[in-house]
Design a protein around this ligand. Structure first.
Ligand code: ASP
Length: 344
């Protein structure tokens, strides 16, 4: 019998930890330490499970950088004791949260699997059981006494994705997430099929986990739409302390070529505000300078977001802003894959 892995479940809130009061029909959070009463199957898994819960579980709409720090801190504090971590959050902002955690935990060499559910654990048709059980199984899969997954993943409806590649795509389907620019790391069928060649490995095995906790959320998203007015873009000038803008452009990174628009962007960049170009398309990549409509952005000094998702651009910006980098370093690091979040 191989070593029995130790798994820590971190419960932060969200639908997965709810039960339905069948008398009133209302959903309420249940005591997560009693999880094995709700899912007795957990006792059949070949691992020791401990749970830790936020004192006051939150709906993930209330997620913020302080909670990111709390989640990452729980993992960092327990890193040497456990072989793997399963983090339960609401699905609504799970892609943002799990992306942020991927940057906050540098040199990660153990699995951190985010999961949740569309229906509460106490619902007869719940997807919570499968999501939780398989996440724990993936987190506790060892080969040669080493975890197979050594990165932050997001498991939903039979697929484990690299977390910082995901987007929530449905408020209805059990298949709530997609990863348009990177294949699933694991697919769950009769067997768990690990896609070994695409799994992330730390460059330096000897390095310890580094917990990066100085996130800076003085950022904004600017989503372009045909007919966007000068007033809207100008209003960003009045955001006190703004340090970065995630600019959601069209197609492969295209934006209007009107003078007023380009002048305003140039003004932001000259004032030390970083602008990252991210496509509004769900799949594919920004290719700066591919069309005339993005050549000016390149000249101005807009950063190439490549095939990053908006969720991950937000997380990466908060992370890099907290690292006190020079202008050139910021651009260089943003355009490099730090945790497998973009293609080279
Ligand atoms: N509103 C919930 C949340 O994100 C939905 C869910 O748990 O999936 O917290």
């Amino acid at each position: 019998m191989t070593k029995k892995p130790k798994i820590l479940i971190v419960y932060t809130g969200g639908t997965i930890g709810m039960v339905k009061d069948y008398k009133t029909g209302a959903l309420r959070a249940f005591d997560f330490s009693q999880i094995s009463n709700k899912i007795p199957e957990l006792q059949q898994l070949h691992c020791d499970i401990k749970t830790i819960s936020f004192d006051e579980p939150i709906d993930s709409s209330n997620m913020n950088v302080n909670y990111y720090v709390s989640i990452a801190e729980i993992i960092a504090d327990n890193y040497s004791i456990f072989d793997g971590f399963v983090v339960l959050t609401g699905s609504d902002t799970m892609s943002y949260t799990s992306s942020a955690i991927s940057f906050m935990l540098e040199n990660l060499q153990k699995p951190v699997i985010f999961t949740g559910s569309q229906l509460p654990i106490g619902d007869l048709r719940t997807d919570a059981k499968e999501n939780l059980i398989t996440s724990i199984q993936i987190a506790s899969t060892l080969e040669n006494n080493e975890p197979v997954i050594q990165e932050v993943g997001l498991y939903f409806e039979y697929k484990l994705y690299r977390a910082n590649r995901t987007t929530k795509i449905s408020a209805e389907q059990f298949e709530a997430f997609a990863s348009m620019n990177y294949p699933p790391l694991v697919e769950s069928g009769v067997h768990l099929n690990f896609n070994y060649p695409i799994l992330l490995r730390s460059k330096n095995k000897e390095e310890k986990l580094i917990f990066r906790k100085k996130l800076d959320n003085n950022i904004a998203i600017l989503k372009l739409f045909p007919g966007i007015t000068k007033k809207v873009v100008e209003s960003y000038k009045h955001i006190d302390g703004l340090k970065g803008i995630v600019l959601e452009t069209y197609g492969s990174g295209n934006a209007p070529t009107q003078k007023w628009f380009l002048n305003l962007l140039e003004e932001f960049v000259n004032n030390g505000i970083y602008i990252v170009n991210v496509t509004q398309c769900e799949g594919g990549s920004v290719i700066l300078g591919h069309y005339e409509t993005s050549s000016d952005l390149k000249r101005i000094g807009v950063i190439d977001g490549k095939d990053i998702t908006t969720e991950t651009a937000v997380a990466k910006m908060m992370y890099l802003l907290g690292e006190n980098l020079t202008k050139d370093q910021f651009k260089e690091y943003f355009e490099l894959p730090l945790r497998g979040e973009i293609n080279k």
